[in-house]
Design a protein around this ligand. Structure first.
Ligand code: 5GP
Ligand code: ZN
Length: 137
């Protein structure tokens, strides 16, 4: 299913042109217009799912297989030194386009980019409390 107001539905469906590096019945992989590094690409399902929570299990598993394949191809062709997979859900997490996408980000020595957070310092008790909240016992 598509969302008629969604730019990534239009790109994934070919209605808006993009630099496509892979396409099949279910997915299109495009170069990001605002890349973090050379070769930064996005995996887009052709159907509209707003985020990870909406993604069907079968699609989620195929996204990861495709990410693995694309990472290998990009690494081989662009000779990057490392690789980040990034996937944002919700505005607070940095999502700006509300159609599920996986970022494929090649990394190069001295590329000056950071995908980082400030590490916290929770006590063992705090970690135990969080564990209990998540697993419910
Ligand atoms: P988010 O912040 O939602 O995880 O990532 C959205 C990404 O989509 C950004 O990296 C941004 O550069 C990219 N982007 C936004 N609009 C377009 C577009 O029209 N074409 C392409 N190729 N990338 C886009
Ligand atoms: Zn969409």
């Amino acid at each position: 299913m598509k969302d008629k107001d969604c730019i990534f539905c239009k790109i994934a469906g070919g209605e808006i042109p993009s630099k496509t590096i892979y396409e099949d019945e279910e997915f299109r992989v495009i170069l990001d217009l605002g890349p973090a590094a050379k070769g930064h690409a996005l995996i887009l399902p052709k159907d509209h799912f707003a985020n990870l929570y909406e993604l069907p299990d079968e699609t989620a598993s195929r996204v990861m297989l495709l990410a693995k394949r694309m990472a290998a191809q990009i690494t081989d062709k662009l000779q990057c030194d490392g690789f980040n997979l990034v996937q944002n859900n919700g505005e607070v997490a940095g999502q700006t386009v509300f159609h599920f996408h996986m970022h494929l980000i090649p990394r190069y020595k001295d590329d000056g980019q950071k995908i980082a957070w400030q590490p916290g310092k929770p006590s063992q008790e705090e970690l135990e409390e969080i564990r209990n909240q998540i697993v419910g016992n």
